[in-house]
Design a protein around this ligand. Structure first.
Ligand SMILES: Cc1ncc(COP(=O)(O)O)c(C=O)c1O
Length: 446
């Protein structure tokens, strides 16, 4: 049986009914209910960024489960993304190279906050212009061409896979290209922690990624904030000693022990219960997608546990479909004018699958909506992300922003992906795109 050293320690601590003259201020007295379990770095509790005791043991359990070196984050993939990029920069430095990161344009906004903090150069890679801006399917051929044609040697390739709509990149193919050119492959696998536990793993670390982050909380039964940073064996000697420092550079010094316990408990669950659960759940999801297809719903993407519906093809906007489902107490992950995204896990069981089918089946099909999203902008870069973020900025109506340079991000989460990136010139196409997604104000450089 896989042990759960962090959970055991806290349970033991609670049983002793100690007088808590340490942080947090609630002293274990329930207000919300979870307070007794919410401890800090007391004697024996170890310390996340200098782990040598129970946290280290628990991280070792996670490493066994993922088949590579794995570290915990209690601040989501966001923390791991910044750490991955910092590690990639150190890697470039060790080779006397300037940090240049080639990145799929659908990068989450944390990628941009990392660029603002670390000041690396970005070479944006655009996918198929017919794709939604949330998807950016970079093929190995495209990546190779970009790496070969780049003015400065590319340090790292940064890919988001699966993306918000459930498209998965050819990580094995991209990894081959990266190896050929000595480029690190960094994968934002925030949406794909579970991929490791499918009957045949398609987790990025098993397909050749060098560094990868997973938001455990997005697809596994883990509290919000729980995430993993993975390092491949190929770069272990060089990057492992720096990994905790890299995380600490951006992290809070008060990591949540509730989240650590959740990650710890998940190890046992993943080791003992999860694989058969997901194996039994897979055919139910596949059948659901098939049934939805028969009813006229166009389910896009190739990720198992996401149902992404091209809502307009069914005669609705994604937002309208979301509202109709909410009336039936079915709350979806994401919607926009075009798509509706549902995230499933085995936790919803066959009852949940039936509820989805019933709810969607009750929506009458209508004439498809022909309006397509505006073409994905490819704005001119005027300033680096860092330069633009450090300038004084002002918030103005999008309508009045033509010609101005975009400053801070103005996209909410989800999807936290920008159609225009800080430092880029806002043009008419950007304005149309922002208006289409309901964004009426934006920050620009003063
Ligand atoms: C693709 C992607 N990457 C990274 C993140 C950040 O993950 P977290 O919320 O775990 O910090 C998100 C969150 O929505 C995401 O969708």
């Amino acid at each position: 049986m896989m042990d759960t050293p962090i959970c055991d320690f806290v349970q033991n601590y609670i049983q002793k009914q100690n007088l808590r003259l340490h942080m947090p201020g609630h002293k274990g007295v329930p207000v919300l209910g979870a307070e007794p379990w919410d401890i800090t770095e007391i004697e024996g509790a170890d310390s996340l960024f200098e782990a040598s005791g129970i946290i280290r043991e628990s991280e070792q359990n996670a490493s066994v489960l993922f088949g590579c070196k794995t570290f915990y984050s209690t601040e989501g993939s966001s923390l791991c993304i910044r750490a991955m990029l910092y590690l990639a920069l150190l890697n470039a430095k060790s080779q006397g190279r300037k940090p240049v990161v080639a990145a799929g344009r659908n990068a989450h906004k944390t990628f941009l906050s990392a660029a603002a903090l670390l000041d690396f150069d970005i070479l944006w890679l655009y996918g198929d212009p017919k794709d939604a801006y949330l998807s950016c399917r970079i093929t190995p051929e495209q990546a190779e061409q970009a790496i070969r044609q780049a003015k400065e040697k590319v340090t790292a390739l940064y890919i988001t896979s699966p993306d918000y709509l459930g498209n998965m990149a050819d990580i094995a193919g991209l990894s081959e290209v990266c190896r050929k050119y000595g480029v690190l492959l960094l994968v934002d696998n925030a949406h794909g922690a579970y991929l490791r536990f499918l009957p045949v793993s398609c987790h990025p670390m098993d397909l050749g990624a060098d560094l990868c982050c997973d938001s455990a909380h997005k697809t596994l039964p883990v509290l919000t904030g729980g995430a993993y940073l993975h390092i491949s064996d190929a770069h272990l000697a060089e990057l492992e000693p720096l990994a905790k420092q890299a995380m600490l550079l951006f992290a809070s010094t008060s990591p949540s022990y509730l989240i650590l316990q959740s990650l710890d408990a998940a190890n046992r669950y993943l080791a003992e219960a999860y694989a058969p659960k997901i194996e039994a759940f897979m055919p139910q999801v596949l059948q659901l997608k098939e049934q939805l297809g028969k009813q006229g719903f166009d389910c896009i993407g190739d990720e198992l546990l996401k149902i992404s519906i091209d809502a307009k093809a069914y005669g609705y906007t994604g937002n309208a479909l979301k509202d109709l489902l909410a009336e039936k107490n079915v709350i979806c992950e994401f919607s926009d004018p075009d798509f509706l995204v549902l995230m499933l896990t085995p936790e919803i069981g066959s009852k949940g699958v039936k509820t989805i089918l019933d709810a969607l089946s009750s929506v009458p099909r209508r004439q498809p909506i022909a309006q397509k999203p505006p073409r994905i902008p490819m704005p001119e870069t005027v300033l680096s992300v860092r330069e633009s973020v450090m300038r004084l900025q002002t918030c103005i109506p999008v309508k009045a922003a033509a010609g101005r340079i975009a400053a801070m991000q103005h996209v909410g989460c989800p999807p936290a992906i920008s159609v225009v990136v800080c430092g880029e010139r806002i043009d008419e196409n950007v304005q149309n795109c922002l208006a289409y997604y309901g964004i009426t104000e934006c920050f620009v450089v003063k």
